[in-house]
Write a new protein. Structure first.
Length: 128
């Protein structure tokens, strides 16, 4: 059993993997953000592109195989629930590479439409 990288404490196959495989949709902006973090951690660029809003989605995405994303802390959420069409999630994501370690802190914006929740964009802040 592999623990899900999103830090919820569940097995990957019960948590974010069904979203990655398209078997289930994210119910909240936070759930989508956690599934996107897990996609970075497991190297699933295709899911990252599918869950990215078309207005800001890049044409392609290449992940750095040397960076290992290993921990996620959700710091705050605003809206993004079952009855919302917009939401924000502030988080800090921790990484390691052969060159060192660090973290990324971001306030991400999400929108929910006919295709469910999608990542729109975010503001990167200095990590704590």
């Amino acid at each position: 059993m592999t623990r899900c990288p999103c830090s919820r404490g569940l097995p990957l196959d019960e948590c974010c993997a069904p979203l990655h495989r398209g078997e289930r949709a994210a119910g909240t902006a936070e759930q989508l953000m956690r599934s996107r973090f897990s996609a970075f951690a497991v190297g699933d660029a295709a899911y990252l592109l599918r869950s990215w809003h078309p207005s800001t989605r890049p044409a392609d995405l290449t992940l750095d195989d040397d960076v290992r994303w290993y921990r996620l802390d959700v710091l705050a959420t605003s809206d993004g629930g079952a009855f919302d069409t917009r939401g924000t999630v502030e988080f800090e994501a921790f990484w390691r590479s052969p060159d060192g370690r660090g973290s990324l802190r971001e306030v991400s914006r999400f929108a929910r439409g006919a295709d469910g929740w999608q990542y729109v964009d975010g503001d990167v802040a200095a990590a704590g």
